[in-house]
Design a protein around this ligand. Sequence first.
Ligand code: FES
Ligand code: FES
Length: 193
Amino acid sequence: MSVNNTGVQFYVNGKVATAKADDADMALVDYLHERENLTGTKFCCGVGVCRACTVAVRNQKDAPLEKALSCSTPLSAINGMHVYTVESLGNQDQLAPLQDAFLKHFSFQCGYCTSGFLMAATALLEHLAVTKIEERELDNMIEKWIGGNICRCTGYIRYIAAIREVALPVVRHTAALAATPVSVKLAGGAING
Ligand code: FES
Ligand code: FES
């Protein structure tokens, strides 16, 4: 999909979004705030340092989630892509497991950085669901995915504890799946590999 006279088309939290071609240079965070009224994604440094503005993106529907900094991502760069903001997670009746864990561990105070941590960790969980790692590698993996997110209020340790609590069962589940013999069906029967 390319930017043309009809504008930039992408998806926000599963719904089609269309921006005018004139807005192709607009930062994604501005689009989310001003055109979609999705204000959970925060703007802070504006220059790709603090990661408060992190959202999760897929290149296409079935591609793995990745992180993106919405302050420095123009709409032209997400043409055809799927964007997920913090509003795509739970709601007041049913929080996402990560949101529950952040509350349980008192991970945040003012909360300004929280949606960035949530979306980076959400992408991490999806990565762990398809990538087998050893349990002892989990802390390094968490550091890799949220280590650059800045929080001015808390000591990070509470964020890490919450993410670890949700991620560890995912790591174990993925390892168990990988250990399950795969049944390969052949014309004359089945073999286990
Ligand atoms: S607002 Fe700081 S990295 Fe985007
Ligand atoms: S909770 Fe205030 S900046 Fe992180």
